[in-house]
Design a protein around this ligand. Structure first.
Ligand SMILES: Nc1ncnc2c1ncn2[C@@H]1O[C@H](COP(=O)(O)OP(=O)(O)OP(=O)(O)O)[C@@H](O)[C@H]1O
Length: 831
């Protein structure tokens, strides 16, 4: 699909329904809104335009096609991301100040300070609403697996730079649990750099107990062709002998690791894992894990003599082994097996870190495998806490806690069959040097909480982040989101952390992407930010800090699914499969319902933010999500407002005042509008305002209450009705998710028991309905009339229907429905 202009959009049909705002001049709820933004020619337009100017960048910049930011940012507090290369980010320091000082309770309401600066709009694509994921390469017909960077397509989104959040809600990171692990504790001091690649005995005494009474510290470096032995106290001859033995055994181990090309062998914190990589599927279909017990009878055993025994034993099948290190002060990995060694030998534990060489993503599809394996052992990672956690003996705990680990009393064992120059270089460096600060190649790996994740390729990048596909040492595929903090203001940095908070809150929820682990590298900054005692609120983050989020991996996003669907329809000349639509629409609703129940407004709902995970759609990207602060179910934002094509009218006018002087707020109904745009796109292949290419055109038309969205005819009138329920201009008229989940499109009326009026009191309707047995549109209108007659409360949205205005509004609705029914019957009888 080249663009939405090329989509097979049916000619716009007659506008079936007249929008209530047109007929309903007496509507109290909408009229106030409408009068304020009544039409494009209204004198109020100027004010709205000014309001938009406060949020968006100048038009001239916006029309650039060179960059494709996907999210609109209003007064920019955070730094722009890469898009800022062409447009310098505008920083509203005044607003930052306001925001940064806000407390949780008043953040939403007090954040309406208007910027003085002219905000910058990064840009806008001309094909704003189209889905063209593979258009540039023309490879869009290829499968997802054939594109290991599947999300790089150009999708209808407009996004400028960094995320920006205005609420300073303290987050108690200390108490957060993710996957049963305690997470980064911001209140503690800086986390010691773990040294996975070293195996350090916990003390001289312990080392001699384990290895040799006269050998204090050993550091064995074993590469493919050489073994180097290092000791801070010199190499003894007995040690040299043992080294030979070690070499032999490492050789065996290496042989074990030399698997056929269709497998990869990796050694994790406590295990060697054989992974089969298949050509056309995810890179790992099966894995067998061999436990590296480091005591008698185990895979690699350190015996009192100092020898190693290598004896792989299959233990689990493709099982995720969680690191036990998340709560450790040093943030390093520590397996149960290692702790067992420590208990058995009264020495430090050994952290066997697996590293697999980064492999070419294209090879992944060809059945290539992770070819290179490193074994890195590091006993420095054990601390009393971890031992206690494992229920080990007090002796060990005491020993560990009393005996700080000497940095250079280590045995560094590394087995490597690297063909990568980079890795060879790294290996030789390691053999010669003392403990290094960073002992992994950051080009190949990410480290989060001491756990290494090998990069498999970049999945995509958002307004503020890069997302990478990664594989963990236990061969599980994850998405790793990396957000750079440097250059951002403090409030923005906090906003990024808030995404973690939301994801943590939504843990275990079915339709939300799951956060597996996370790390914020700049602890000091976060302590400051989270405690609200920022020394320099208006300042920017200078140090090179990052936020890492390890997330459940999504196979494909809805934008790409839609693209594929429409491509297939182009070829087959078929129309959209209603069951497909119903299934995924329901999933979308369930996902958004989950967050709305948690009183979170997402604010950036769009197809790209729904990922398919094992057959279910899951919601991602809570970067600009906001918690609803009170029962008013409204939130305010003074910064980012979403992605242009999916933005609600109130999102464009957020924080402005309506005619009555009330502040326009964005709450759950704003998300419903975005859902309406998504549904519209699923049905028609384009967003409702796709014809309006520029920001200004979109702004004008979306904020115009009299604008009528064009709905081409569809076979199922309920579908039409559903879209209209979501895309009602007046946010009070939009349906809520529980209602939408019960909409007849999702829950179709049972055949032969049509929802035709059977009420004896509605004789006229009964008669009409009987003659329209197979006419679903007529049936629907009859039902609506009957419903209005029986219970007008839902239509008016108030229990008290006493005012003339309300009566007039109801009569207006009734006459509109009757008119539609009449027109329908006339056109049918003519046909
Ligand atoms: N868990 C995941 N699995 C697979 N892909 C993902 C995952 N999370 C994010 N992505 C991909 O990375 C892209 C960017 O992620 P995300 O939207 O979270 O970042 P962002 O910086 O908040 O983006 P933006 O600000 O542009 O919305 C997504 O559109 C998606 O394609």
């Amino acid at each position: 699909m080249d663009g939405e202009a090329n989509l097979p959009v049916r000619p716009a049909g007659a506008r079936n329904l007249i929008r209530p705002t047109n007929l309903d001049s007496t509507s109290s709820s909408s009229s106030s809104f409408s009068s304020s933004f009544s039409s494009s020619s209204s004198p109020h337009l100027l004010r709205n335009v000014q309001a938009a100017f406060k949020r968006h960048r100048p038009l001239g910049v916006m029309q650039s096609n060179s960059i494709k930011p996907r999210r609109m940012v209003v007064p920019q507090r955070g730094a722009s991301k890469s898009s800022a290369s062409s447009v310098a980010p505008l920083i509203d320091t005044k607003k930052s100040r306001e925001v940064a000082s806000m407390s949780e309770g008043n953040a939403a309401k007090d954040s309406t300070v208007q910027p003085n600066n002219m905000p910058t709009v990064v840009k806008e694509t001309h094909e704003d609403a189209c889905i063209t994921p593979f258009s540039s390469s023309g490879a869009s017909t290829q499968t997802f697996d054939e594109h290991l960077n599947p999300f790089d397509g150009q999708i209808d989104q407009i996004k400028p730079g960094g995320k920006d959040n205005n609420q300073m809600r303290p987050v108690n990171f200390e108490s957060q649990q993710i996957d049963g692990k305690k997470k980064v504790q911001f209140s503690t001091g800086s986390i010691a750099t773990p040294l996975e690649m070293e195996w350090v005995s916990s003390s001289q005494a312990e080392a001699s107990a384990v290895i040799n009474h006269d050998s204090k510290h050993q550091n064995i470096q074993n590469t493919e062709s050489d073994i180097s032995l290092k000791s801070d106290g010199g190499i003894s001859s007995s040690l040299a002998k043992r080294t030979t033995a070690v070499h032999d055994q490492l050789h065996q181990f290496k042989n074990f690791l030399s698997q056929p090309m269709t497998q990869s062998s990796v050694v994790g914190p406590s295990c060697a894992t054989t992974t089969s990589v298949h050509a056309t599927s995810a890179p790992m279909l099966s894995s067998t894990t061999y436990c590296t017990h480091l005591h008698s009878g185990s895979h690699v055993a350190v015996e009192p003599s100092g020898d190693f025994n290598i004896n792989p034993q299959p233990v689990t099948q493709g099982k995720m082994i969680k690191p036990s290190n998340a709560s450790l002060k040093d943030g390093s990995g520590m397996s149960t097996d290692h702790i067992a060694v420590a208990a058995q030998t009264s020495t430090a534990a050994i952290d066997t870190q697996m590293q697999v060489k980064e492999y070419d993503l294209s090879k992944e599809q060809k059945g290539c495998m992770l070819k290179e394996t490193k074994i890195m052992e590091n006993p420095s990672l054990l601390d009393a806490k971890s031992i206690e956690g494992k229920g080990l003996t007090g002796d060990v705990t005491n020993t560990q806690s009393q005996a700080p680990l000497p940095q250079n009393s280590c045995i560094d064992m590394k087995l490597e069959s690297s063909k990568s120059e980079k890795q060879q270089k790294a290996a030789s460096g390691k053999g010669a040097s003392a403990p290094r600060k960073r002992n992994y190649d950051p080009d190949l790996f990410f480290k989060v909480n001491g756990k290494l994740y090998q990069r498999l390729g970049k999945i995509g990048s958002g307004g503020s982040s890069e997302v990478h596909k990664v594989i963990s040492s236990d061969c599980t595929i994850y998405a790793l989101k990396k957000i750079k903090l440097k250059g951002r203001d403090y409030a923005t940095a906090f906003g990024f952390c808030q995404e973690i908070e939301y994801l943590d809150r939504l843990k275990g929820k079915n339709h939300i992407i799951q956060l597996i682990d996370y790390e914020v590298t700049d602890k000091a900054l976060l302590r400051e930010v989270l405690s609200g005692s920022m020394s320099n609120k208006d300042g920017r983050v200078k140090d090179d800090g990052y936020i890492y989020m390890v997330l459940e991996y999504g196979e494909i996003d809805l934008a790409h699914m839609l693209s594929q669907q429409w491509k297939e329809m182009d070829v087959s000349k078929k129309t959209i499969d209603e069951n497909w639509l119903r299934f995924y629409w329901q999933q979308i609703l369930l996902a958004v319902n989950t967050i709305h129940e948690e009183r979170i407004v997402h604010s950036d709902l769009k197809p790209a933010n729904f990922l398919l995970v094992k057959g279910s759609l899951k919601l991602i990207d809570f970067g600009i999500a906001k918690a609803i602060m009170s029962d008013t179910t409204n939130i305010q934002r003074d910064s980012q407002v979403g992605t242009l094509s999916y933005m609600s009218p109130e999102a464009f006018m957020c924080n402005e005042s309506d005619a009555d002087g009330n502040t326009i707020k964005c709450g759950r109904p704003s998300d419903i509008w975005s859902l309406g745009c998504i549904l519209y796109q699923m049905v028609y292949g384009r967003t409702p305002f796709a014809d309006y290419k520029t920001f200004w055109a979109k702004f004008k038309v979306i904020t115009d209450p009299n604008h009528e969205i064009t709905y081409a005819p569809v076979s199922n009138p309920w579908l039409l009705d559903l879209m209209k329920k979501c895309l009602a201009w007046d946010r009070n008229e939009r349906w809520r998710i529980p209602q939408l989940l019960q909409h007849p499109f999702i829950v179709p009326p049972v055949p032969n028991q049509p929802s035709l009026p059977h009420d004896e009191n509605c004789k006229l309707l009964q008669l009409i309905a009987q003659t329209c047995d197979n006419d679903s549109e007529a049936s629907k209108l009859c039902c609506q009339i009957q419903q209005l007659l029986k219970d007008p409360v839902p239509s008016i949205g108030s229990q008290l229907i006493t005012s003339r205005d309300q009566h007039c509004k109801l009569l207006s609705q009734m006459s509109r429905l009757c008119f539609q029914l009449q027109e329908h019957l006339i056109s049918n009888s003519e046909g």
